[in-house]
Design a protein around this ligand. Sequence first.
Ligand SMILES: [Zn+2]
Length: 493
Amino acid sequence: MALRLYNTLSGQVEEFAPLEGNRVRIYTCGPTVYDYGHIGNYRTFVFQDVLRRYLRYRGYEVVQVMNVTDVDDKTIRNAKAAGMPLRAYTDQFIQAFKIDRELLNLEPVEHFVRATDHIDDMVQMIQTLEAKGFAYRSEGSVYFRVRAFPDYGKLSKINLAGNRPGGSERVDADEYEKADARDFVLWKAAREGEDFWESPLGPGRPGWHIECSAMSMKYLGVPFDVHSGGTDLIFPHHENEIAQSEAATGKPFARFWLHAEHLIVNGQKMSKSLGNFYTLRDLIGRGYRPTAVRYLLASVPHRKPLNFTFEGLLQAQRSLERLRNFRSRLTMEIFPAGHNPVFETRASQARQALEDALDDNLNTAEALAALFDLVHDGNAAMDRGEFREGERAEVLDVLERWDRIFAMLDDADHAKLLRFGLAAPAGPQGAGEDGGGVLVAALSDEEIEQRIAARNSARARRDFARADQIREELARAGVILEDTKAGTRWKRK
Ligand SMILES: [Zn+2]
């Protein structure tokens, strides 16, 4: 079967093939480095990683570009507040992002590029747009004239009356300087006290959208195969990228537009502005393993919203342990020679089911289900003494194939956390490796408060055995209680 992917541009699932030979060219909108990334952002990056790994699994060569937005209102504002030069301020979060990528087993992309290293490319593109009549100057800034590009809205299917589906946290200010409310800024005039670059357009800095157009074209040419990001980027960011790129070159920009749905917490999108986010470091600090985070983020197909809960994360950790245990059993146990005719075709079926699932718009949930069916049957056959040496290599091969795409069977979490100085300190309750997959059984603040309330009500009805039991459970989860006159206080070890 051929790989089929849902293309936001056509609104349909389409068969995928690279535009040129065997090489797949991918552009990915990367992070704005004004702070640590949260795992809502990382869902998109895990999806893209599974995509590129699967493309390579299918024999394609992948060239992927990811940008880093290291100049915008937020980076400038935060650098100023920290009293640091912009470059040094953003450097630290780029470094943190690289560490997070490594912790999540995200393969290095071929071109990881910073916006501020490509100012000249952006200026040149804006000059081209000006020369072709797609841009105009106002108050020292340069704007894109949406009216001049009749195809505007073809990605987001926006109606041109100005309805803005999706919206974005990064809408440019200075509305009054524009000829038309839909026009967007290509080059922002320098403002007092803000970073700027001298250029033929005047002193200023690039708008956000032009970055991605200039950098994708520079490294990939046009049209390229895949442009991807989170759904919140469809409008206006990706719509604007298409407009300015196609206006400048007169050619189609990208063939497939792939978007990952949001990570949801209590029914709301996980985001910085809502304050309901967790960074990878937050989760590590609570004792969760990075590969479990990867598992959770990869387990739901990218076009479905993923509801984040700590219970889900614990389950991801357990599922991963189950896979790892199956692999060690398969590697270490001694099986009788020969073949089991019932089990003989099981591995090839599982392999087929795995590939069919991923061909189906990267249905990772189905791919996992296919693997767990095999694990279930394999464990059962071993328990009954019916597993034979003849099937060992083939079943291991399916696991290995699955892991070429999902990349989480090897347990390097602890070694990496130590290397990056992020390992949880080993406490008396065993905050270190415990073989069970949980560094510390992590509880959210809310869960801890609930248990304390349950303990208080047990004490009120003089059920001291139950009250002590809850205290011990909390201690095992790394939470220490202190009973004071003002009530019960708690802290994490
Ligand atoms: Zn972008």
